[in-house]
Design a protein around this ligand. Structure first.
Ligand SMILES: Cc1cc2nc3c(=O)[nH]c(=O)nc-3n(C[C@H](O)[C@H](O)[C@H](O)COP(=O)(O)OP(=O)(O)OC[C@H]3O[C@@H](n4cnc5c(N)ncnc54)[C@H](O)[C@@H]3O)c2cc1C
Length: 380
């Protein structure tokens, strides 16, 4: 086993960290308060090659492997949690594995510069964890599909387009009759609204309604009725990136907490001299390293085209949970200051909690793992 980064990966990692700490971190709290979306910095991320980094060079991207993509996500999340999402390579996989040449040429180049944004619209009010139970319909009408229904939770609500999952065969078993469509955000019949989320506020989330939305049949991504498989395969990649995004936020907080604790005195001595302070820091460093290892393993497995669904589920429940615990501990080490917005801890805690839910809760990940290691017939 070789755990070392290549010289190129190390360089990219340092460059991403420098950008995150110098250009994102100083404004992150302000974006959280104002819900302002800093497109100019996403453009700059594009210029520096930090957005959707796995997009192949022929479509204007960097063509990195997925492990490098994960390294960039973690580093950017040190500066701003929400903006690190724009580095995620998951859309690239969807288009490169399932898309047509025409679809790739239309959607990938704007994403590679940071101008074009895409989201995923799967969850409905009655089908979150039970995602295959979705009821939104898509009916073929000549050269078009007509979409009707409502999605209840779409991140990046202001995106230029979404991958929308809709039922195309009402008679097939739940997971088999679903297709995936590329729907431009400005299509007539689409209306969006906003949630007032606890965190992740620079990239707002909300419901999207589709009323007689007509899209060309050529916007079908992958095969008809195979959309659920497509999106679950995409999630296996997303889950490792979500883990690394949470790790970036927690690692930066841990580093800041160490500096704080080395300078904070109580009873006439710096608080790190107490094992009650230094041991939680040591434990946090250990847990972060373990969480990072499982996330990176998922990306390595995917890069090597090896099965990784179970490992992705492990990464998705373990990393956000671990990071929430660490952020909570770091907040307490800051004493009453940690409870204010003078430090970034409270903001990062709010941000990371969201991804204990988004893309599947811990319970659902444990279901995936249990079904694999115990056997589907023994687990409900
Ligand atoms: C920050 C954030 C971003 C999101 N972004 C997107 C997005 O971009 N696109 C999108 O489509 N969706 C998105 N979601 C929605 C998200 O994927 C769903 O919220 C999630 O899958 C859970 O569904 P639910 O909220 O309906 O909860 P429910 O399915 O109603 O579950 C409620 C609770 O019951 C538990 N539960 C349910 N079933 C079981 C079971 N069988 N065994 C044990 N426990 C169970 C769950 O763990 C949970 O704690 C996002 C959510 C958040 C918070």
């Amino acid at each position: 086993m070789d755990f070392s980064l290549t010289e190129e990966q190390e360089m990219i990692k340092q460059a991403a960290r420098k950008f995150a700490l110098n250009e994102l971190l100083p404004h992150s709290a302000q974006w959280d308060k104002t819900k302002e979306f800093p497109q100019h910095l996403v453009d700059k991320m594009g210029e520096l090659g930090f957005v959707h980094t796995t997009i192949p060079k022929e479509y204007g991207g960097q063509g990195t492997d997925r492990l490098t993509n994960g390294i960039i996500v973690e580093e950017l999340a040190r500066g701003d949690f929400s903006l690190s999402i724009f580095a995620f390579g998951v859309m690239t996989d969807a288009f490169m594995i399932y898309g047509t040449e025409e679809q790739r040429k239309r959607w990938l180049p704007p994403m590679a510069t940071g101008e074009g944004h895409m989201g995923i619209a799967l969850t409905e009010s009655e089908s979150g964890s039970d995602a295959a139970g979705l009821t939104m319909k898509a009916v073929r009408d000549g050269d078009e599909y007509v979409l009707n229904g409502e999605k209840s939770s779409v991140s990046n609500i202001n995106a230029d387009g979404w991958l929308v999952l809709a039922r195309t065969d009402p008679d097939a078993s739940p997971a088999r009759g679903i297709s995936c469509f590329i729907v431009p955000g400005k299509t007539p019949g689409v209306t969006t609204s906003l949630y007032n989320d606890l965190g992740g506020r620079a990239v707002p989330r909300g419901p999207v309604a589709f009323e007689d939305v007509r899209i060309p049949a050529g916007n079908l991504l992958g095969e008809e009725n195979r959309g659920f498989h497509l999106i679950m395969h995409a999630f296996d990649y997303n889950r490792a990136l979500i883990g690394l995004m949470c790790i970036g936020a927690a690692q930066q907080t841990l580093d800041e907490t160490i500096e704080f604790a080395k300078n904070r005195k109580s009873f006439g001595q710096v608080i790190t001299t107490n094992q009650g302070v230094s041991f939680p820091i040591a434990e946090a460093a250990t847990r972060l390293e373990l969480a990072r290892l499982i996330c990176c393993k998922v990306l390595w497995l995917r890069d090597n085209e090896l099965p990784h669904t179970t490992e992705a589920a492990m990464a998705k429940w373990f990393a956000p949970r671990t990071c929430v615990d660490i952020l909570h501990e770091c907040l307490l080490i800051h004493g009453h200051y940690g409870y204010t917005d003078e430090f970034h801890v409270e903001q990062r805690l709010r941000n990371v909690i969201g991804w204990q839910i988004g893309d599947g809760t811990a319970n659902i990940q444990k279901l995936v793992i249990a079904r694999d290691i115990i056997g589907r017939e023994f687990v409900r």
